[in-house]
Design a protein around this ligand. Structure first.
Ligand code: B4P
Length: 196
């Protein structure tokens, strides 16, 4: 099985690329952002807590996303593998994933970190906010706060996966197709390495 973590600041292109990668490699797309927006739409207990945090540019509690991901892994354990989009976002979440996967005979195959300059991230998110209606994409101050939270809490995951020999960096600027091809080549290398 192929289990890929996509890392990147808000707007780096994780969701955009994940949609293409799941199609090519026939994987299950696990986006904690999508799961949380679904909880919010259903006004669930998790959704009520998540709404306030997301709209102010904060992360939701680690335990909340970990339990959502655990359920999905269990439900799809017979699949070809997973694209983890926006999860893990903190070191404790990565540790939880590393302890959860072996219960199903799985492990993270590799992590790809997408990067783009901050002003480009802000421009993309403000532009998405105009049509998506996402409250967290409509205010520059909140977007910059999300990027700051990324640098503080999520970027250290590069070191976490590098220490396991599972990290590759990719430039998130250029056409969606060019970036997709770069990611495919990184993933194909992870696959070859796993097959050796
Ligand atoms: P997410 O839904 O993961 O949202 P995101 O990081 O803002 O965006 P995404 O990565 O999907 O967007 P993309 O770059 O593809 O999370 C939302 C919130 O949920 C978080 O802020 C947090 O509060 C909470 N949350 C989620 N997971 C969590 C976790 N694990 N722990 C705690 N909290 C969690 O695309 C952005 C835009 O850029 C799009 O409009 C796209 O069209 C454009 N774009 C993409 N690639 C481009 C390119 N190459 N050129 C030009 N534009 C491009």
């Amino acid at each position: 099985m192929l289990n890929i973590v996509l890392l990147g600041a808000p707007g780096a292109g994780k969701g955009t690329q994940a949609a293409r990668l799941v199609e090519k490699y026939k994987l299950v797309h696990l986006s904690t952002g999508d799961m949380l927006r679904d909880e919010i739409a259903r006004c669930s207990k998790h959704g009520i807590i998540a709404k306030q945090l997301i709209n102010s540019g904060q992360l939701v509690p680690d335990s909340m996303v970990a339990s959502m991901i655990a359920e999905k892994i269990k439900a799809h354990r017979a699949s070809n593998g997973f694209i983890f989009d926006g999860f893990p976002r903190t070191i404790p979440q990565a540790e939880m994933l590393d302890s959860m996967l072996p219960e199903h005979g799985l492990c993270v195959t590799g992590m790809v970190a997408l990067s783009a300059p901050e002003d480009e991230l802000v421009r993309r998110l403000l532009s998405r906010g105009k049509c998506s209606g996402r409250a967290d994409d409509q205010n520059e101050e909140i977007i910059r706060n999300r990027i700051a939270v990324y640098h503080e809490k999520t970027a250290p995951l590069v070191g976490y996966y590098a220490a396991q020999g599972k990290h590759v960096s990719a430039k998130g600027v250029g056409s969606v197709e060019e970036i997709f091809l770069t990611l495919c080549s990184a993933i194909d290398k992870f696959k070859q390495h796993g097959e050796l």
